[in-house]
Write a protein that binds this ligand. Structure first.
Ligand SMILES: [Zn+2]
Length: 323
């Protein structure tokens, strides 16, 4: 039997239990380092499959690693299982239909991402054992893909240092191998500190932190025309300074998410965004406090492996669609 036929047989043999795992994770959507039920499901599956399991890696309670095999090259397969806020959705319904209004939901498909990666690691483990091949396969259960950058901590702690190949995937609207499709990015919180005052009785005594956030966004808007095409800057107000329009906002925070093709371009762009924040503070007589919330590198692809994967992908043909 050809190797690839053998491995698909091993995948199919366990697909039902891993589809069930995906469904259970879908039913308990948890976000950003709070994936306690979801990681427990993955830990249980890893143990049932005989992996050596290390829980709470890198000090992250919802991260897990499972390894099989004792020698030879190391193949890493990365999975994720976090949900997104406000995307609660009934399964199998092709219109907006929240189970819980405003609740979490797996809009990004990370229930599939974790379960299928774990099925892949399990199938590789079974294939290595069946063929008596000396190699190790690892499943990295990565929390907080959405906004938490857990893999950066794993890289910092050397968890990928002995890895020969790392494979990841993400649900999408089409099936294909993509080369380096993830931009380097950094989330930075800009908190402006001004002075509260009654906006009608003593406006001249106030210094508005909210004005500073707005001017910063205007500055970033003008920056957008003069940055590389592939770069992106998005923002969200974390604190707009309160609900009273008649009180000058003494404190306000805007989070900027800066993306660029690689780290040098990202660093340059971040420096320009920081200068805009300084300018906004200068214009409004406020002070700015800068806190880097997260920073990750762009994804570096591996062409030869990607070409092999695409060839194998093509043999499977298109996905079957229902009505
Ligand atoms: Zn995602």
């Amino acid at each position: 039997m050809l190797n690839e036929e053998q491995i698909w047989k091993l995948v199919d043999a366990k697909r039902a239990e891993f589809i069930a795992l995906s469904d259970r994770v879908f039913e308990t959507p948890e976000t950003l380092y709070n994936e306690f039920a979801s990681v427990a499901e993955h830990v249980a599956a890893l143990k049932a499959e005989g992996f050596d399991v290390t829980e709470g890696i890198c000090g992250m309670p919802t991260a897990v690693m499972g390894e099989a095999g004792t020698e030879g090259p190391v193949i890493a397969i990365l999975g994720e299982f976090d949900a997104l806020p406000q995307l609660s959705q009934a399964p199998g319904v092709a219109k907006h239909s929240p189970i819980e209004m405003g609740g979490n939901g797996h809009g990004c498909g990370h229930n599939l991402l974790g379960a299928a990666s774990l099925l892949a690691a399990t199938s590789v483990k079974d294939w290595l054992a069946k063929n008596g091949i000396a190699a190790r396969v690892r499943y990295y259960g990565c929390p907080a893909e959405e906004g938490g950058a857990a893999k950066a901590y794993m890289a910092r702690d050397g968890l990928f240092d002995d890895v020969d190949a790392a494979i990841s995937w993400h649900p999408s609207t089409f099936n294909a191998v993509q080369h380096g499709h993830s931009l380097a990015n950094s989330r930075i919180d800009f908190t402006f500190h001004g002075k509260a005052a009654h906006a009608a009785a003593a406006p001249h005594l106030g210094r508005s932190a909210l004005d500073a956030c707005e001017l910063m966004n205007i500055g970033v808007n003008y920056l957008r025309e003069h940055m590389p095409d592939s770069a992106r800057v998005h923002y969200a107000y974390l604190d707009a300074g309160g609900v009273a329009p008649n009180v000058v906002q003494a404190k306000a925070t805007v989070r900027q998410l800066v993306r660029a093709a690689d780290l040098p371009t990202l660093r340059d762009l971040v420096a320009r965004v920081r200068s805009i924040a300084d300018g906004a503070a200068l214009m409004t007589g406020t002070e700015v406090e800068v806190k880097v919330y997260s920073g990750v590198s762009n994804l570096v692809g591996n062409r030869p492996l990607e070409e092999i994967m695409q060839r194998e992908f093509d043999k499977l043909g298109p996905v079957p669609f229902d009505d």
